[in-house]
Write a protein that binds this ligand. Structure first.
Ligand SMILES: O=C(O)CCC(=O)C(=O)O
Ligand SMILES: [Fe+2]
Length: 362
C-alpha cells in the first residue's frame, strides 16, 4: 500500500496496526535526517558518563541536620549546573502510583482511535490535546514516531474521562509531583544563595502552569531510521519524567548523545529554559531527544512553569545579575514564550536563542 505524506494519520500507533502496511519498513516520510543512523555523534557505547548522572536524595533536602541539609543543597546545585539532568531518589511518591500512572496512560493509547480522536487538539492552549509527531503543522516537514496526550493540569485541572481511573490517578500523581517540584525549586534557590521562596513569589508558582505529557512511542520495525522526539530543551522550570522499563531518552553531553537509564523507582528531573533565564544562564537547560525501539515505550513528563501572565527575567539579585554578569535574556511573558515554542518546529534551543540579549535577530 502506497502511503502519501498527505494521508491523514491520527497516530503512529494506528499506522503500525494497519493490515496493509509492511511490518518491516517505516514509511519514508518518517525517515529522519537526524535519526540515530545519521547522527555522527551517536555513540551507544558511551555509557560511562551515563553511569555518573547525579543522584539526588530528596529526603536529605529536608534534613534537620544542618550539615546534611547544606551538603544536599550543594549537590542539587551542582547537578543543575554540571548536568541539568539528575535522578531523584527517596522522593516519597509510591512506586505503585508511578506504575499506575504509566498503566492508565497506556490504556489511553490502547483506546480505539475514534475515542481518542475526540481529544485531538486544534489550538496551542487547548487544555486537552491528543496528537502525533511534535505538533504537526505544515511548517514541519518530517514526522516523529510519537503519539502524545498533553494536559494542562494546573492551575486548572483537565483530564479525559476515559479510560476508567485515569482522572483520579492523574490527579493524585500530579499533586505528589507538585510537592516534589516545589521542594526542589526552593532547594535550587537556596543553592544559588537566594531566599528559598524567591522563585515561588517572582513566578507566582501558586498559579503556575503545569503540563502533563504522556509520550507513546510505538514499536518500530526500523528504529535507527526515525526519531521519537528531536533534540530540544523543555520550556518550563523543571520537568519530572518517568518511563516504562524501555529506555530511549538521550541527553547531549560534551558533544555526544548518551543514553539515560534511570534506576528503578527514581524520577528523572531536568532543568528547563525558564530556570536558565531565572538563573541568568548559570543552570542551563539541556538538549535531549528520544530514540525509539523495537518495543513500545511510554514516558510521562510533568513540566512545571511560571504562571502564564508572569513576565520572566533573570532574578533581581546581585548574586544573579551584576556589573560582571549583565542580564542575558530579554524579559518575556511566559504565555508568549509557550506560544512561540509550540508553533515552531522543535529545533534545539532555538526558542531560547530568540530572547537572548545580543543574539542576532530572527
Ligand atoms: O520520552 C522521553 O524520554 C523524553 C520526553 C521529552 O523529552 C518531553 O516530553 O519533553
Ligand atoms: Fe523534553
Amino acid at each position: 500500500m502506497a502511503w502519501e505524506s498527505n494521508n491523514i494519520i491520527t497516530s503512529v500507533k494506528q499506522l503500525t496496526e494497519m493490515p496493509n502496511v509492511m511490518k518491516a519498513v517505516v514509511p519514508c516520510y518518517y525517515a529522519h535526517p537526524n535519526s540515530p543512523i545519521h547522527s555522527p555523534a551517536f555513540d551507544t557505547s558511551s555509557t560511562d558518563d551515563a553511569d555518573s548522572i547525579p543522584i539526588v536524595d530528596f529526603s536529605l533536602l529536608s534534613s534537620e541536620d544542618p550539615d546534611q541539609h547544606s551538603k544536599a543543597i550543594q549537590e542539587l546545585g551542582r547537578a543543575c549546573e554540571d548536568w541539568g539532568f539528575f535522578m531523584v531518589v527517596n522522593h516519597g511518591i509510591a512506586e505503585s502510583l508511578m506504575k499506575e500512572m504509566i498503566e492508565v496512560a497506556n490504556e489511553f493509547f490502547e483506546m480505539a482511535e475514534e475515542e481518542k480522536s475526540r481529544y485531538i487538539g486544534q489550538q496551542v492552549f487547548d487544555p486537552i490535546k491528543y496528537g502525533t509527531s511534535f505538533n504537526y503543522t505544515s511548517k514541519e516537514n518530517s514526522y516523529y514516531w510519537r503519539d502524545y496526550l498533553k494536559l494542562s493540569v494546573h492551575p486548572h485541572f483537565h483530564s479525559p474521562h476515559q479510560p476508567k481511573h485515569f482522572r483520579e490517578v492523574l490527579r493524585e500523581y500530579c499533586e505528589k509531583c507538585r510537592k516534589v517540584t516545589r521542594r526542589l525549586l526552593s532547594g535550587i534557590s537556596e543553592s544559588l544563595g537566594l531566599e528559598h521562596e524567591l522563585m515561588k513569589k517572582s513566578m507566582d508558582l501558586d498559579s503556575g502552569f503545569e503540563v502533563f505529557v504522556a509520550n507513546y512511542y510505538p514499536a518500530c520495525p526500523q528504529p535507527e531510521l526515525v526519531m521519537g522526539l528531536p533534540p530540544h530543551s523543555d520550556f518550563g522550570l523543571l520537568t519530572l519524567l518517568i518511563q516504562n522499563e524501555v529506555g530511549g531518552l538521550q541527553l547531549q553531553r560534551n558533544g555526544k548523545w548518551i543514553n539515560i537509564n534511570p534506576i528503578p523507582n527514581s524520577i528523572l528531573v531536568n532543568t528547563g529554559d525558564h530556570l536558565e533565564i531565572f538563573t541568568n544562564g548559570k543552570y542551563k537547560s539541556v538538549l535531549h531527544r528520544a530514540v525509539v525501539k523495537k518495543v513500545a515505550r511510554i514516558s510521562i513528563g510533568i513540566a512545571n512553569s511560571p504562571a502564564m501572565n508572569v513576565t520572566v527575567r533573570p532574578a533581581a539579585s546581585p548574586l544573579i545579575q551584576n556589573e560582571r554578569f549583565p542580564p542575558l535574556y530579554f524579559p518575556t511573558k511566559y504565555s508568549e514564550y509557550v506560544e512561540m515554542q509550540q508553533t515552531h518546529p522543535l529545533d534545539g534551543k532555538s526558542c531560547l536563542d530568540r530572547i537572548k540579549i545580543n543574539s542576532p535577530p530572527h
